[in-house]
Design a protein. Structure first.
Length: 170
């Protein structure tokens, strides 16, 4: 690790974080949750909010795919995603859902805020982000897709969104 110049978990907690948080709502797969933790660590995100049926650490499947990121990334559990979004908005967050809607903005056209933090909601692997949750958000961001499938694995989609936001904000 020294050759790779990787931060220790203790040092990671001290570095400046990208002002982006992820909200995982009703994610069925603990493996996907672990993958999201690794992505959040890799890009030094501020926080992960776990909501609804989403598994929480130290679930063994999360730990298997997170590879230690549950120790470095700040996270919390919240039963009600809509209530969490209401609180984040009161705390001056912009909240966007990653979902395909009539009014969604293509990720390549989305401009993240630079003067306050952003939270991105990622929904259930089968049903996506619930409409009641979308209704609490400022808007929706969409990953354009051009094949026969109209959805991506939530961990893959998270990586794409986080990479793009990181490029725009750094």
């Amino acid at each position: 690790m020294a050759e790779l110049q990787r931060l220790s978990p203790k040092a990671f907690k001290e570095v400046a974080k990208l002002p982006v948080c992820l909200i995982l709502d009703d994610i069925r797969s603990a493996n996907n949750v672990g993958s999201v933790f690794r992505t959040a660590d890799s890009f030094a995100l501020q926080h992960i909010y776990l909501c609804g049926i989403t598994a929480v650490p130290p679930h063994r499947d999360i730990l298997k795919t997170a590879l230690g990121a549950t120790e470095s990334v700040s996270w919390s559990y919240h039963d009600n995603c809509a209530a969490l979004i209401t609180q984040l908005k009161a705390d001056n967050f912009e909240v966007q859902a990653l979902e395909q809607t009539h009014d969604s903005v293509k990720l390549r056209n989305y401009l993240p805020p630079t003067d306050h933090p952003l939270a991105v909601v990622l929904g259930n692997e089968v049903n996506g982000v619930q409409q009641t949750v979308i209704d609490h958000c400022h808007g929706t961001i969409e990953l354009e897709q051009f094949g026969t499938k109209h959805s991506l694995n939530v961990a893959v989609a998270t990586g794409m969104v986080v990479y793009t936001l990181s490029c725009q904000l750094r």
